[in-house]
Design a protein around this ligand. Structure first.
Ligand code: HEM
Length: 423
């Protein structure tokens, strides 16, 4: 047994600071490791993670958000628990999120997002990002310093999703306030039912009212499209369904995008030569983002539950086994990536990384997340000659003090203070 297996991923603060070190300690025991204390299979291998994510017949997503450490509300007493999982789905999922749905219910819920993610809508949303990001970055560069997560990334991603959904200007501040009060998904300190749930409940209520108005009086806006969207079988969903879909965009796309921005800014601030290279040639930004997603993506893991006796590769997996799908570990699997801990622009087939998952639940917001980060970085390069970490707040190079969110899902800094030198 290694140190890695003796530390607990879900509670040990040293793992939060450096999950990659922990993943390597587990990986030396193989791409799939049984964590007996937790009764879970911990998967760090790239091929093995992909296999699990693509196998929706044998693996349920019901524990994706609650995580693989959450207890099951029934005894596992056979080689096929699919009926039991379906019957207890609501109590297994701690909240009603599409990422935890399976099969047809999942496909139906996801289809409601279609009107939002059409190219014309994303294009209009990008125009909003350009204007908003430019104003915000100019203001920060004018001040000479800023805290990236709280002052830039979080308000930016909140308002981008609000714009995508067509939330009126006068209501946007209310969204910022509610979201600011909640912890990120997978929080290890606050029970999930607390702040995060009340923020989500507020949003479902808000959207349900708003969508009902649009259903009664269509107005040719994006909310009307969402309100009138039908399920794939042609039936009309209860108004709560598009409301939950709208809410879930904030739940899924808020901290993930904000933290990717934070992780990217830290990396750039620590690597001034790379910064200069991207500043001089902005067409390299998308390649930079993909490598950041691989190396320091903001979602460390997801989870699946084996609903029947199955296999991953040659390994037998019993029904009821909870599987830790180590997305960030797979993204550094040396069998898949050459020198995985090294940053390289333009790695071959980089887009195969698992930062956005794979298969039926692949991140629905990945096109948006990529554009969000590209636009903001582009504005920072436009208006700065240099971005540096504030030593006053985080200490000197080699002895940085950086705090990471206490979340088993999200990888990201709590705060990042930077100094901005104008161009
Ligand atoms: C860098 C930013 C992001 C990362 C790293 C990320 C990552 C992920 C991952 C790994 C999943 C799959 C979870 C699973 O298979 O269990 C997922 C699902 C999802 N993401 Fe993202 N995400 C990001 C941004 C966004 C944004 C901006 C949105 C929307 C505005 C969004 C919306 C969704 C939705 C709706 C799902 C659920 C899809 C489903 O269950 O079918 N994400 N995301």
């Amino acid at each position: 047994m290694t140190d890695g297996a003796e530390r607990d991923y879900f509670t040990d603060r040293s793992v939060l600071l450096d999950p990659y070190d922990y993943f390597e300690e587990v990986r030396v025991r193989g791409p799939m490791v049984e964590l007996t204390d937790r009764d879970m299979l911990f998967v760090t291998g790239f091929d093995e993670c992909v296999e699990v994510l693509l196998n929706n017949a044998d693996f349920s997503s019901s524990i994706a958000a609650p995580g693989p450490a959450a207890p099951l509300p029934f005894e596992v007493d056979s080689d096929d628990i699919s009926a039991k999982v379906a019957a207890h789905a609501e109590s297994i999922r701690t909240q009603d999120l599409m990422v935890d749905y399976d099969g047809e219910a999942h496909a139906a819920a996801r289809s409601l997002l279609n009107p939002l993610l059409v190219p014309s809508r994303l294009k209009a949303n990008e125009a909003f990002m350009q204007t908003f990001a430019d104003e915000m970055v100019r203001e920060m560069v004018g001040k000479g310093t800023c805290e990236i997560l709280g002052e830039v990334a979080t308000p930016y991603v909140t308002l981008v999703i609000a714009d995508l959904l067509g939330v009126p200007d006068e209501d946007r501040q209310q969204f910022r306030d509610v979201i600011d009060a909640g912890p990120p998904p997978g929080n290890m300190d606050a029970p999930q039912e607390t702040l995060q749930s009340s923020a989500l409940a507020f949003m479902v209520g808000y959207f349900a009212r708003y969508l009902a108005e649009r259903r009664a009086n269509p107005q040719g806006d994006v909310m009307t499209d969402l309100a009138l969207a039908k399920f794939p079988d042609g039936s009309t969903p209860d108004i709560i369904e598009p409301a939950k879909a709208a809410m879930f965009l904030f739940a899924a796309g808020q901290d993930t995008s904000a933290k990717l921005l934070g992780n990217s800014m830290r990396f750039l601030a620590e690597n001034p030569e790379l910064q200069d290279q991207l500043r001089a040639d902005r067409s390299l930004i998308p390649a930079f983002i993909e490598e950041m997603l691989r190396l320091e993506g903001s979602t460390k893991m997801t989870a699946r539950l084996a609903v029947r006796k199955t296999k991953i590769g040659d390994r037998d997996v019993p029904a009821g086994k909870r599987v830790f799908v180590g997305l960030a570990a797979a993204n550094r699997d040396p069998r898949r990536w050459d020198n995985p801990a090294e940053f390289r622009l333009n790695r071959p087939k980089i887009k195969e990384h698992l930062a956005f998952g794979r298969g039926a639940h692949t991140c629905a917001g990945s096109p948006l997340a990529r554009v969000e980060v590209r636009v903001l970085l582009d504005r920072f390069f436009e208006h700065t000659a240099n971005i540096a970490i504030s030593e006053e707040h985080h200490g000197p190079p080699g002895a940085r003090r950086l705090d990471y969110e206490a979340s088993y899902i999200v990888r990201g800094l709590e705060r990042l203070h930077v100094k901005l030198t104008p161009r």
